[in-house]
Design a protein around this ligand. Structure first.
Ligand code: SAM
Length: 310
């Protein structure tokens, strides 16, 4: 088990002389500047170093909050965070407070920040968080779907085949599922969600949270798909989908077959429907995704058919 406290009472990885500083992850508004916490404003003014995903956006936020960024500002983004984290942690060891902010919401949630958190933990340096807005929880709470158990899946894969495999893998998930999405992929995503999850699963499409045009569309997968076609949503989007019922989860787990089961089913199918064995295998494999959402290897099923025929 791992545990850490901000002032590092855990077994330190290196010697502390009591003068070290800390890493502070701070959430920034996801649309409404008034959601900035008093602690964020104080940190922007007083941190020795501000590591910001986009320095222009940082200064824009500071201007809107009427705070002067007192410390040194450095760019800290997906492409350089592994290189920059070590140097920033050296500064923490020498006593600096390093504030980490992303463009919006909570650092580390589909945003930079994880490299410096892991580095601080490894070195036994203090790391803490000034929490605040994050689109995941905002959308989940507004969805009206169960919040007692949920999982966050980040962005769906971009490629259609990977998205389908991912959705198949999630089909039996019983917790409420949260995904981030973009307006230019929402139509394809909804079509894929409909094809894998079917029409009736309850869901919510949450867009432009905390902003003037905040909108929550609630309905079944089929209804939201139709609404996306008729009135394409713009801006930032979060999808929240109800988890599988006990019956749906049971149906998913029982529909997953072994290679040998698929071989038997394919032979029956070929016989009953007058299909070539390869076509029957293709159908059966497609209908019975594996538990991880991928499809069984057709050649292996074919080999199992040949074995059985022997
Ligand atoms: N770190 C951020 C957080 O804690 O929410 C997420 C950053 S991720 C790069 C950006 C995605 O978050 C957007 O594409 C969208 O899916 C979601 N998002 C951020 N702000 C949002 C908002 N105001 N309304 C809806 N979705 C939002």
């Amino acid at each position: 088990m791992e545990s850490s406290e901000s002032q590092s009472t855990q077994e330190p990885a290196e010697y502390h002389d009591g003068t070290q500083g800390s890493v502070v992850l701070a959430a920034t508004p996801i649309g409404n500047v008034a959601d900035a916490s008093a602690r964020l404003i104080d940190l922007l003014g007083h941190a020795d170093i501000v590591a910001a995903e986009d320095t222009r956006r940082l200064y824009d936020l500071a201007n809107r909050l009427g705070v002067h960024v007192g410390g040194r500002v450095i760019a800290y983004h997906d492409h350089n965070e592994h290189d920059k984290a070590g140097g920033l942690l050296d500064e923490v060891r020498r006593g600096a407070t390093v504030l980490v902010v992303s463009d919006a919401g909570m650092p580390t949630i589909n945003d930079p920040g994880m490299a410096i958190v892991r580095g601080a933990i490894e070195r036994g340096l203090a790391v803490t968080c000034a929490p605040g807005p994050s689109a995941v929880l905002d959308a989940l709470a507004l969805s009206g779907l169960p919040t007692d158990r949920f999982c966050y899946e980040g962005f769906m894969p971009r490629r259609h085949s990977e998205r389908i495999a991912h959705l198949r893998m999630m089909l039996g998930e019983q917790r409420t599922i949260v995904w981030y999405e973009t307006p230019h992929r929402i139509a394809e995503t909804m079509a894929d969600l409909l094809s894998v999850f079917g029409s009736s699963r309850p869901m919510a499409l949450c867009r432009e949270l905390t902003k003037d045009y905040e909108q929550i569309r609630r309905g079944s997968v089929a209804e939201i798909n139709e609404s996306v076609s008729g009135d394409p949503p713009r801006g930032e989007i979060v999808l929240v989908v109800a988890g599988a019922s006990d019956e749906e989860a049971e149906a998913v787990s029982s529909s997953s077959l072994s290679t040998e089961d698929m071989a038997v089913l394919s032979m029956d199918r070929a016989l009953e429907d007058g299909l070539r064995i390869k076509d029957a295998i293709a159908e059966v494999v497609q209908e019975h995704p594996l538990a991880n959402g991928s499809l069984a290897n057709r050649k292996q099923v074919y080999a199992a058919v040949l074995d059985m025929k022997k």
